[in-house]
Design a protein around this ligand. Structure first.
Ligand code: ADP
Ligand code: MG
Length: 327
């Protein structure tokens, strides 16, 4: 099978009439027609074998995750997904792999009405780069720079499950089979919080998605906003899948592992955001409307830096660094 048969077979579908896509796969460019007056939100994320995923990962999960991490960036900006491109480097044409990968990708794309409009396909080490395009009303995108002293800090969903699964897959710890299966779902099939992101427009003062770990990612918001924060680790420690630590060997996971996974775990693809206390009701309504749980985990403070406290309000000393590809 040649390059063009491969594209036609696995990565081409008719354009949805009436959508923002005026021209899809097949020409030199795709054409997008966002609603008049809307701003385009654009983001790229690359997944590299051996770096972001294991060589033997289920291709369907990989197709899901490659698009999910990109949709997560649109969610973090409060944008509505429109379309995406797929640049794919493949060692060989493996139809079983392509069928699985494309199935995972199409399922998530369809769930969000996001259409594949083009890309590039080449031979080489397995490498997947997706660029997403979304739309957002002018001035309403959620940015990292809007957090103000006194704002509440929230995260959506759960924290640390993906890292817990990764540690188990790397052989660093042992999890009961059912816990590994569940946390592995979070690692391999993250849920982009697209509906929540849009529901938070006009409510959150800042937002971002969590890819490299809560503390490191949050410090990007703090830096961009020129503020500091205090985080309650008694609350964040409870956001790891409850049964994961209650039923693991010895009855519970060690607090240090829970803190490491929840605070600096990475691969959560949850939203972290801030909002003034006056918006607590509106945040709860946005969480409800989007069917996404959110938890208040701390407070933005004027004094720069990130402080951690335990349940008794005592400082937690350890610095939990986040994942950095070059360290
Ligand atoms: P060009 O050489 O003009 O860049 P290509 O021959 O690489 O175009 O690709 C032909 C068409 O197929 C283009 O419309 C391109 O966007 C699309 N395409 C290539 N690879 C992919 C892919 N992996 N997924 C979706 N569309 C793709
Ligand atoms: Mg090309």
């Amino acid at each position: 099978m040649g390059e063009f048969d491969l594209i036609a077979r696995y990565f081409t579908r008719p354009v949805r009439p009436g959508s923002a896509v005026a021209l899809g796969v097949g020409d030199d460019c795709a054409l997008l027609a966002p609603a008049p007056g809307m701003q385009l939100a654009i983001s790229s994320d690359m997944l590299v074998e051996g770096r972001h995923f294991f060589a033997d990962v289920d291709p369907e999960a990989l197709g899901h995750k490659a698009l999910a991490v990109n949709l997560s960036d649109l969610a973090a900006c409060g944008a509505r997904p429109l379309a995406f491109t797929l640049a794919l480097s493949l060692p060989r044409v493996d139809e079983r792999w392509l069928a699985g990968f494309s199935r995972g990708m199409w399922q998530l794309a369809d769930a969000h009405g996001c259409q594949l409009v083009g890309g590039d396909t080449t031979q080489g080490p397995l490498n997947i780069c997706i660029t997403v395009f979304g739309e957002v009303p002018p001035g309403q995108a959620l940015l990292r720079s809007g957090a103000r002293a006194g704002d509440d800090i929230y995260v959506s969903g759960t924290l640390g499950d993906a890292r817990l699964a990764l540690e188990a897959l790397l052989g660093h710890l042992t999890l009961p089979a059912e816990v590994l299966a569940r946390t592995r779902q979070r690692l391999e099939r993250p849920t982009p919080r697209v509906a929540l992101g849009q529901a938070l427009r006009g409510i959150a003062s800042s937002a971002m998605d969590l890819s490299d770990g809560l503390l490191g990612d949050l410090s990007h918001i703090l830096k961009a906003s020129g503020v500091g924060a205090c985080i309650d680790t008694a609350i964040t420690s409870k956001l790891i899948a409850k049964n994961a630590y209650q039923s693991s060997a010895g009855g519970h996971l060690d607090l240090e592992i829970i803190r490491r996974c929840t605070l600096s775990g990475g691969d959560d693809y949850e939203l972290a955001f801030t909002a003034p206390p006056a918006h607590r009701g509106a945040v709860a309504a946005a969480a409800d409307a989007s069917g996404t749980p959110v938890t208040r985990i701390g407070t933005v403070q004027a004094e720069p830096g990130l402080r951690l406290v335990d349940g008794a309000g005592q400082p937690v000393a350890h610095r939990y660094a986040s994942f950095d590809h070059f360290q």
